[in-house]
Design a protein around this ligand. Structure first.
Ligand code: ADP
Length: 531
């Protein structure tokens, strides 16, 4: 059946867009999780019509397809399907920015449009709109991350909240347009999320119910004034009161986009690599070494970062409100504007003394975090994947943790935004990381005013198979213990897909029934978020 299907795929989308040779398939097997998959072939269609043809052939020949946009999905499985012998449908050639509406501040993009591409398009055409980059880097798809309900640290935060209108190829080969999009000539498809009747868009996120070929994305009009705010807590005791203060500030709309609180270890893994020499080749990182590195770089026990924007008067008022709210709760609060950043770049050492910051060491990180909150995609957050990797550092612009065999598994549970919840959560996860010999590197991202998305990277040396096995065991214990205490991840990776979705639970059985209704032959991403 596969041979007949391959012949039909070649005819439909051109032989050069059907990959079956081992060299061509190699990149699709790269992954930061210790899992391998047999991939039957890769298809590279270039239009919605070609995607429809591919689906029709797969349905006739009973071939399972696995659609990806850019296929990075770092730490969650990259381009690997949930099961063996799928045909990967790489939508990278569907990479048109179909529309940008400057007045109403939205873009309509295809799956292959990357963060870099949209950013450059806005820059080149001097369009005063800002995107919301994820930490996954400039080469990642805007649409792919939205379908996984990921978030960025720029304007709007939660990507799915800023999504409006979808075009989806169903397993039947039909094309579904959500919201108002199915009414010919509808004017409000990309400006009103809900349309009329049941809201269907959510069904196509974290699911396997269709292949999304187009999406509307709201962008943020560039504000008159923009600044970032950095807060440092020298002591662990400050975290609880800081969380309360931050929650009040968020409810009052002082910050723009999410606010991030980074544990000392998280900053260390973002700005350097594992100190193998100092540690004599031993892991995990000793507390004394972590403290020395943090002191040298002037990194606090907790480090907060957020953005404020609006008119000059609004930004001035926000600065004062933040300073007042954080008095006694943060050891230092500093603000950075474009003008200040230019001065830091010119006189890093002098400003380091003034700001009590190691500006020369942290300048790159400061520049990149400032840029990301302003909508400039960056690799800054991605370099952490190399923490325990012993291979040479790739040059900037060429970071690819899956290709470089970095060991990274993300665990991202949602924590209510209270000091007690964060403390209870830490009492669960920190001993587990210590037990298995890994560094616990927490970031708490306020994806809304009521909860943190805690992104926890489990970083290991993937070239060391014993360590990789230990990392898998650690991951399982983290998921299990957190669930028992009520903290559940917002997104599943390959590493926990089957265990979660096959649980005896009415929710997952309804998800399976919907799968049966929309894709009775299970030809789309079988095993992904549905049994
Ligand atoms: P990124 O490269 O931005 O991390 P991916 O392309 O890896 O995003 O997408 C993440 C996951 O979302 C994929 O593994 C796939 O299961 C699903 N996905 C991505 N794009 C589509 C799409 N256009 N239609 C359906 N599912 C998709």
């Amino acid at each position: 059946m596969l041979e007949a299907a391959i012949a039909a795929f070649r005819k439909a989308i051109g032989g050069e867009n059907v990959v079956t040779d081992s060299v061509g398939l190699e990149r699709y097997g790269w992954c930061t999780i210790p899992i391998r998959r047999q991939i039957a072939a890769v298809l590279r269609p270039a239009s919605v019509q070609e995607v429809q043809q591919v689906v029709q052939i797969a349905s006739t020949q009973r071939i399972a397809l696995y659609p990806i946009s850019t296929g990075n999905n770092w730490g969650y499985g990259s381009a690997l399907p949930a099961q063996d012998h799928n045909v990967v449908v790489d939508l990278g050639r569907l990479n048109r920015i179909i529309e940008i509406n400057t007045e109403l501040a939205y873009a309509v993009v295809e799956p292959g449009v990357t963060q870099r591409q949209l950013y450059q398009h806005l820059q080149e055409h001097r369009i005063p709109l800002r995107l919301n980059p994820t930490g996954a880097g400039p080469a990642c798809s805007i649409l792919g991350n939205t379908l996984e309900r990921g978030f960025g640290i720029g304007p709007y935060g939660d990507h799915f909240l800023a999504q409006c209108g979808m075009e989806v190829v169903l397993a039947s080969g039909e094309v579904l347009r959500t919201g108002f999009g199915h009414y010919p000539g509808a004017k409000a498809t990309y400006v009103y999320k809900w349309g009329v009747g049941p809201y269907l868009d959510g069904l196509f996120t974290q699911s396997s119910y269709g292949i999304v070929t187009k999406m509307g994305v709201w962008l943020m009009p560039a504000p008159e004034c923009f600044e970032t705010c950095y807060m440092t807590c020298d002591s662990e005791e400050q975290l609880g009161p800081l969380i309360d203060a931050v929650r009040h500030l968020l409810f009052n709309g002082v910050f723009y986009g999410p606010m991030n609180l980074l544990h000392r270890n998280r900053v260390l893994i973002m700005v350097g690599r594992y100190p193998w020499e100092e540690m004599g080749g031993q892991t995990p990182l000793k507390e004394s070494v972590a403290q020395r590195l943090a002191a040298q770089k002037k990194i606090g026990a907790w480090n907060g970062v957020g953005a404020i924007c609006g008119s000059k008067e609004q930004v001035r008022a926000a600065r004062q409100t933040i300073k007042r709210a954080l008095k006694g709760k943060a050891s230092r609060v500093r603000f950075l504007s474009d003008a200040k950043l230019k001065l830091l770049q010119r006189y890093p050492s002098a400003f380091g003394v003034l700001l009590r910051m190691n500006v020369p060491d942290l300048l790159q990180a400061l520049q990149n975090s400032f840029g990301m909150m302003k909508g400039v995609p960056s690799e800054i957050a991605l370099s952490l994947a190399y923490w325990r990797n012993k291979r040479p550092v790739p040059v900037a612009g060429d970071i690819n943790p899956a290709r470089d065999n970095c060991g990274l598994m993300w665990f991202a549970p949602i924590i209510p935004m209270t000091g007690e919840d964060v403390a209870a959560f830490r009492r669960i996860v920190e001993p587990i990381f210590a037990k298995y010999g890994f560094e616990c590197c927490i970031t708490l991202t306020a994806v809304n005013e009521r909860c943190f998305d805690c992104t926890l990277p489990l970083l290991y040396d993937k070239d060391d198979s014993t360590e990789a096995t230990r990392a898998e065991e650690c991951y399982r214990e983290l998921v299990e213990s957190c669930r028992q205490h009520g903290y559940v991840a917002y997104r599943l990776g390959l590493q926990s897909m089957e265990a979660e979705t096959t649980r005896d639970d009415v929710f997952w059985s309804v998800v399976a029934k919907l799968k049966g209704a929309l894709d009775p032959q299970h030809i789309l991403s079988p095993g992904r978020y549905a049994r």
